[in-house]
Design a protein around this ligand. Structure first.
Ligand SMILES: [Zn+2]
Length: 84
């Protein structure tokens, strides 16, 4: 049982590592509205919002919340409404 769970976790991790977001020159931060720019660290919110890394919540315990809408992704994941 544990190895099946480990396999599922490895598959999920691989899927997460393979996700890509294309940021063109005109894309703006979902929080501050400024252009994201080249070479800037960004955060990708599960709902597709892209923000400057600096615009993410300062407290990592709030990373499950969308910084714009307040949507709680942890609750959705636990309810089975969202996959990783
Ligand atoms: Zn920003």
């Amino acid at each position: 049982m544990a190895s099946a769970q480990n396999f599922d976790t490895m598959v999920s991790l691989t899927e997460l590592k393979e996700r890509k977001v294309i940021v063109d020159v005109d894309r703006t931060c979902g929080v501050c509205g400024r252009k994201l720019g080249a070479g800037v660290a960004v955060g990708v919110i599960p709902n597709g919002l892209v923000v400057h890394h600096a615009c993410l919540p300062g407290d990592a315990s709030e990373y499950h919340l969308c910084p714009v809408t307040g949507e709680d992704f942890e609750m959705q994941y636990q309810a089975g409404l969202m996959s990783i």
